[in-house]
Design a protein around this ligand. Sequence first.
Ligand SMILES: *Cc1c(COP(=O)(O)O)cnc(C)c1O
Length: 716
Amino acid sequence: MESFAKSSVTELAAGLNRMARNLWWSWDQEAQDVLRDLSPRGWQNLYHNAVAILREVSNYELRVRLHDRDLAERIRRVLRDFEAYMADTNTWGHQHAPQLLKNPVAYFSAEFSFHETLPIAAGGLGVLAGDHAKSASDLGLGFVGISLFYRQGYFQQTINHENWQKEHYTTLHPHLLPLDPVLNERGEPLVCSVKIATSTVHFHAWRVNVGRVPVYLLDTDRPENAMHFRELTARVYGGDESTRIMQEILLGVGGVRLLRALGVAPSVFHMNEGHAAFLTLELLREKLAAGQTLAAAEAATRAECLFTTHTPVPAGHDRFSSELVEYAAHKFSVNLGLTHEQLMDLGRERPGDPTDKFCMTVLALRYSRAANGVSELHGQVSREMWQKLYAAKSPDEVPIGHITNGVHLVGWMKGSARRLIKDRYFSLNPGKKTLDWLIEANSPEFWQRLADPAVVSDEELWALRYKLRRELIEFTRRRLLIQGHTISQEDFITFDAFLNPDALTIGFARRFATYKRAPLIFDQFDNVVRLAKDTGRPVQFIFAGKAHPRDDEGKRFIQRIIHLSKHSDLKGHLVFIENYDIHVARQMVAGCDVWLNNPRRPLEASGTSGMKTVPHGCLNLSILDGWWREGYDGTNGFAIGDDSHPNSIEEQDRRDSANLYNTLVKEVIPMFYNRDASGLPRQWLARIRRAWVTLAARFSTWRMVQEYTTKYYLAK
Ligand SMILES: *Cc1c(COP(=O)(O)O)cnc(C)c1O
């Protein structure tokens, strides 16, 4: 064996192992191609888990295969790109925010979604946090993330024979994931503690390497903790209110303590949602312990904290009862020298009212120097929502701004699209490096050039659309087979009757929160059946999404859609993919022709899944809520209704479903099927180009994180 141990082989193997432990590979196409080629079945069966693949391929096999010159050369190139990325000191962050390199932004979020093998998020909030971290890394920003290590993650969804969602939990194994234990100087786990109720709860942490930035996940599964505290971090938003407040004490207080133990001195604490707001009370405690007066400590805390609110939906704002706060969080009043009622008042919308609960959003707003919503309309709605806290005469005076969300563009591109787009980048810019691509793939100028038919012809663009749609349909058929409940034995024979690779494919996938109204389109059931069965111009639907385990109404939505997919005239034209996650999302945003979004306005604060479709040439069809109200310009997708909404829910639902159907039959379907003499839908392709030009760069986290930096992180 040792005869293979040439130093270059040893170095390559070590380099690969290092790279697999850094999620950078998940937004580099060549790195993924190499991992896939090392073990094609493993790539599929291990769900694209780089660490697990490098365990599956034995050391001996790896060393032997590194003598394949072509493979070795590809790996060498990937590792060179990786090392260049990690060592780059000429970043946007170095140039525009050098002070953050010493005193970083500490970004606290109850969920982070980076990759399908680390399912520690429930939905869009986590995806946004993950994309924020990835772009902070690409920008070279001084940044650390804080969250919890949910050993059982978020639930896996299956559907039973009554079409009812069932939740299952699996256990994550840190040694098979890109998680490094955080160690002290003696090489042992670094252990910190927080006081919860009357107990001292110990925790250690795991570091996720997200390119250049670390994200720390706190974990209470330690032998010295009582069993119920060992399980405190088991599940994302698991258990009841009591689990919730305890997780939030751990996140806020524990997160600050971990950073102190690591010697990290953040200049800014950014609370992504109210879940982390207890960090403000820990900062207050530190300052009081250092001898400051309460007023000075409050001012200093406020000067360090920023807050982003993500939803106008009331259930999205944690509210804890007085009894629960007294039981779980009484230590705050002890530490801050407050009575219980004084502590409660910090989180009350109506201070002094004993019936008012403790709201984490109120606490976060109270101790932040700036706050923002996540789209223009959401900023406006948030100002109205929280006006009472500021005794403001009009909502305009409320100090809540907005920064519209984005997505990590390069990371969201599916392989087929990324290969084409990257190829064109390098032919337009000969001599450029991978580092340049990671930057310029976010620039409006690049998308402007890419949209030129001289760079990507109509024929090529249509070919890309067909390839991506075909890939999605094959993926969906594979999933339907595994799901079992969807395809019966007899259907199996007519398998190809499920989904038509030529048909206009409409996708809907997101959390099944009821305000998102997943089944809205089926309010026009007979009409929709006619559209699906029009053999000349067929339309088909792919749905996916999880309902919260305690949301029976959301589960009924799922039940209804699956029922229609099995027992109505829509069979074969409507399918539901189980277990929506970031991987299913990528297949769908790439392969669908139209991305449907019909929330009850103005409850979709931003929405991000529609942004992920843009590089792939899938067009948005959406209510003018959240980001789409800003993004839609009449030429780059389709709008349902106008820039207004009635106050009555019933009227809104009625109006929106009629508008949705009308837009489909009057605009979307005719344009998709309007083919010229050469068989191309020219107007449709022109819309895709317009979407590239007007949406791609603007709704990226590259733009978003820059905006956070200049508007909030650096401003005092
Ligand atoms: C993008 C994404 C979301 C958020 O989608 P919205 O349109 O904002 O609701 C939720 N879950 C997953 C897995 C995603 O990838």
